[in-house]
Design a protein around this ligand. Sequence first.
Ligand SMILES: Cc1cc2nc3c(=O)[nH]c(=O)nc-3n(C[C@H](O)[C@H](O)[C@H](O)COP(=O)(O)OP(=O)(O)OC[C@H]3O[C@@H](n4cnc5c(N)ncnc54)[C@H](O)[C@@H]3O)c2cc1C
Length: 385
Amino acid sequence: MRTQVCIIGAGPAGLTLAHLLHRQGIECVVLERRSRAHVESRVRAGVLEQPTVDLFTEIGVAGRLHREGMTHHGVNLRFGGETHRIDFDALTGGKAITVYGQQEVVKDLLAALAPPVLFEVSDVRVADRRVTVVHDGAETVVDCDVVAGCDGFHGVSRASIPAGALTAYERTHPSAWLGILARTKPAAEELIYARHDDGFALHSMRGPALTRQYLQVPAGTDLADWPDERIWAALRRRLDDPALEDGEIVDRGVTDLRSHVVEPMRHGNLFLVGDAAHIVPATGAKGLNLAVADAVALSYALGAYYAGVPAELDRYSARCLDRVWRVQHFSWWMTSLLHTPDRADPFAARLQHAELAQVVSSPAAARVLAENYVGLPHPVGWSWR
Ligand SMILES: Cc1cc2nc3c(=O)[nH]c(=O)nc-3n(C[C@H](O)[C@H](O)[C@H](O)COP(=O)(O)OP(=O)(O)OC[C@H]3O[C@@H](n4cnc5c(N)ncnc54)[C@H](O)[C@@H]3O)c2cc1C
């Protein structure tokens, strides 16, 4: 098989890139390890920044997103028995976020996609401009100009780069998130980020009768130690909402909070995109949005490359990393602002209270949160022309 760009991974990064390349007349093929049903039902992120929604609208994949997604013009911070609303409208000149599940994004991108996707491939091997896979029991070779490694944190792309060619920066956090998807009515119209002495909690939603809620738990937590009653009791206490509705939990999992970046996001003709190059703790709701921003930057650079301006490909990594580190900082800051520090460190707890008090009392401090939360503009458009 011969194509211009071989995309490994059909997550938000790979599928967005496939759309953007196709719209620029650049050929590509997407190789995905899992089945279509699996990637369309994988519950993960669900907060879309304004630039992500604007992009999906511009490329014509946002019809259902606009019908079913929930536009939020603010977010709530709850601590010390009070709730404080951060007003995105007032602080960002009318920008907003849209709550819409990642699996729905993936469904919409796949439904409208023209380039081919080979699902359930195995034994993916990357060697410069050649990718070898096993598909339907037979080995297939994809010859291409460029490989886009969009295969997430545990994918094969980054792993195929020789040791020493990349520098990794990593920060581990002592906490993880226990997340549930439950058939219950949201307790509020907008997200609630709660700081409590027992630990952080986030009340989020995916629909009028579906909530996505999270609890700070120690890293390494075993789900078996958290039966339903314990989860609901902890959510009620930490969210300071004794009337919080409980119901059937349809999905649950524990996700580590991890900060990780590799530099550069390129090795020869292999370009790393999204989680393949970086992971952020989920507190800032940035992972999916950052993956989409990388796809925009690579689409722009490849548009330039095929128009005879190869230097733009050399700028890809630095351009992405500017945003990656801004988002890393924001995600780390939101995490340290809201997660309960070690009980043995009362000094840290008081610093945290002082910072939260400033965020909700100073419009300048609130604006920093709001601008980063709704998403900073992409530095370049997706199309070279
Ligand atoms: C378990 C989990 C839970 C998360 N929860 C949240 C959350 O609650 N809130 C939040 O804001 N963010 C969350 N995130 C982060 C967010 O979902 C990611 O940042 C986002 O999915 C990144 O998109 P991506 O396309 O770069 O990578 P991915 O979505 O990981 O997509 C990579 C794709 O590559 C495929 N793949 C992997 N290896 C291979 C291979 N060898 N060959 C071919 N294909 C391959 C995978 O099957 C997958 O489809 C979560 C992430 C994970 C992993």
